[in-house]
Design a protein around this ligand. Structure first.
Ligand code: G3P
Ligand code: CA
Length: 239
């Protein structure tokens, strides 16, 4: 079972910050999930389109200049990182799931993926781009088929995982509230991996492991790493 640090080690550190990512690695995680929003020609690592919940600021991202965004306090001495800063900091040490939250310039994302590979020691095998917006994923797959994509869903569709196969996805990233054996078996039959969010309880880790799930997103990843160790060796690649 692959343990994926959900927005870093967010249970103990400010989510989606370099500190939370570093802490996840220190706790034994080898895969990290983060969220991005585009603003002012930059990709910012932040979950919400407003800064209120995770910083000392107030308002939507687009109210802020680059300089003002950089100065916001995200807690424990952290600020909102850009995706490039995150690539530089992680430097190929983990598998990375980039979730597209807010975006309108696919070329900017492509430029970032190239940057990660050319300058930050990442390989295509380590990068996974996910989104609930499947149109963005289809466009990404058309423009850069070497990039793995993950179709996010909080639903159990009538066609089960057909939507992900149509997208040429590597995985379905599915909500714990809807995933079941039928969905997992259907994904496997279509050659798709299954990653489940957000899973923080040992009984759920075990239940999903028994179901054949490939990975779980956790807010306290070191707990899940310890739970599965030593039977699972965590590796910095998608399985
Ligand atoms: O990628 C899995 C999960 O992060 C999706 O939901 O709201 O936590 O971004 P959310
Ligand atoms: Ca996310």
């Amino acid at each position: 079972m692959l343990v994926i640090a959900h927005r870093g080690a967010r249970e103990t550190h400010p989510e989606n910050t370099l500190l939370a990512f570093e802490q996840a690695l220190a706790g034994g995680a080898t895969a990290i999930e983060l969220d991005i929003h585009q603003h002012h020609g930059e990709l910012w690592v932040i979950h919400d389109s407003w800064v209120n919940r995770t910083t000392n600021g107030s308002g939507p991202l687009n109210w802020f200049s680059l300089e003002k965004l950089k100065k916001l306090d995200a807690g424990q001495g952290e600020h909102i990182p850009t995706l490039k800063e995150t690539f530089q900091s992680l430097s190929g040490r983990c598998a990375l799931n980039i979730e597209l939250k807010g975006m309108d310039d696919m070329a900017l994302l492509l430029e970032h993926l190239d940057y990660a590979i050319t300058h930050c020691q990442f390989s295509n095998e380590q990068l996974l781009v996910s989104s609930f917006n499947h149109h963005w994923l289809a466009e990404l797959n058309r423009l850069r088929p070497a990039t793995k994509i993950a179709a996010l869903t909080a639903n159990k569709p009538i066609g089960l995982c057909q939507f992900a196969e149509q997208l040429n996805a590597y995985s379905i990233n599915v909500d714990i509230d809807v995933v079941d054996s039928e969905m997992v078996q259907d994904a496997k039959m279509r050659g798709l991996k299954v990653f489940v969010y957000t899973v923080n309880r040992p009984q759920d880790w075990q239940r999903l492991h028994n179901m054949g799930v490939d990975g779980v997103f956790c807010d306290a990843p070191s707990n899940a790493v310890d739970y599965f160790s030593p039977n699972t060796v965590q590796r910095p690649f998608w399985p």
